[in-house]
Design a protein around this ligand. Structure first.
Ligand SMILES: C[S@@+](CC[C@H](N)C(=O)[O-])C[C@H]1O[C@@H](n2cnc3c(N)ncnc32)[C@H](O)[C@@H]1O
Length: 271
């Protein structure tokens, strides 16, 4: 498939809507993503070659990881996603304004469609929840990427069990970790429960993320790798208010914007 979109149309699409991922749609034409994961992709334990493999990117959003797997030779790159944020796991009492804002950012998955066309990609998106993964429906996958999703799930271990049911090769989980709990309890799995007005649930430390993957039915292939997920051009530096320094949430937000959001990469295989 080759793109029918001209460079000027692509530039307009970059600035006229919100993007989650920074993606180079054409030489020098970059989407202003909330995150810019291009350099991170070179450091993660993502196989250099996925030649001939059937690959799944869970919670694909604008599709950065699905396109990356395709670049590395995947025979099939499939992105799974829920396009209507109302169907995500929301805690009781969430504000409609927060849901509406996410609906606008999600834009019914249009970012994936635009990027797919611009890149001339054959990656495919299917709509559905990680909780619904079923080998009889979806088949099996040689490589699965699960990025920044466990934090947003009420039942992350249940989700990992479903991932295990379709994963016959490797799983790479890259998810948020709670930095203070990681530093103060390096050996003990620990989590705090958020659930305050946004789809953020269990905020685990590094050991907790590893344990979740293990109890989901996977064995680690290498030591978990802590990392900072860098912000992209679409994530503005916050206004310097008093609240930014005096509240824990403010300080965390400041740290994430300046240094990157604390995450860890866990490469595993079904037991
Ligand atoms: C924070 S974004 C992460 C985007 C991408 N996976 C990455 O690592 O860069 C979370 C994504 O998960 C999707 N999502 C939320 N709940 C989901 C669920 N139950 N099943 C599958 N995807 C889900 C959202 O639509 C969104 O695309």
């Amino acid at each position: 498939m080759s793109s029918r979109l001209t460079p000027s149309e692509l530039r307009r699409l970059c600035t006229s809507r919100q993007w989650y991922h920074t993606i180079e749609l054409a030489p020098g034409i970059l989407t202003p993503g909330w995150f810019d994961l291009r350099e991170l992709a070179t450091r993660l334990p993502l196989p250099d070659s996925l030649e001939g493999k059937r690959c799944l990117d869970i919670g694909t959003f604008d599709g950065f990881w699905a396109f990356e797997m395709e670049k590395r030779g995947a025979a099939e790159a499939i992105g799974l996603d829920i396009l209507d944020p109302r169907a995500w796991d929301w805690p009781w009492g969430s504000d409609d304004a927060v849901v509406d804002a996410l609906e606008e950012r999600k834009d019914a998955g249009r970012g994936f469609d635009i990027a797919r066309e611009a890149l001339g990609s054959s990656a495919r998106r299917i709509e559905g929840s990680v909780y619904e993964l079923d080998p009889d429906v979806h088949g099996s996958f040689d490589f699965v990427y699960l990025g920044s999703l466990l934090l947003h799930l009420r039942d992350p271990v249940g989700a990992l069990e479903r991932v295990r049911s379709v994963c016959t090769g490797q799983l790479l989980v890259v998810d948020q970790i709670h930095l203070p709990l990681t530093l103060t309890r390096p050996l003990q799995p620990a989590a705090t429960l958020d659930g305050v007005g946004r789809p953020w649930w269990w905020r685990v430390n590094l050991r907790g993320l590893v344990r979740m993957v293990e109890v989901g039915g996977f064995a680690l292939e290498r030591r978990a790798q802590p990392l900072l997920m860098p912000r992209g051009g679409g994530q503005q530096f916050p206004h310097l208010t008093r609240r930014l320094f005096t509240t824990r949430a403010g300080r965390e937000h400041l740290f994430s914007t300046v240094s990157g959001a604390p995450h860890a990469a866990v490469l595993a295989r079904p037991r």
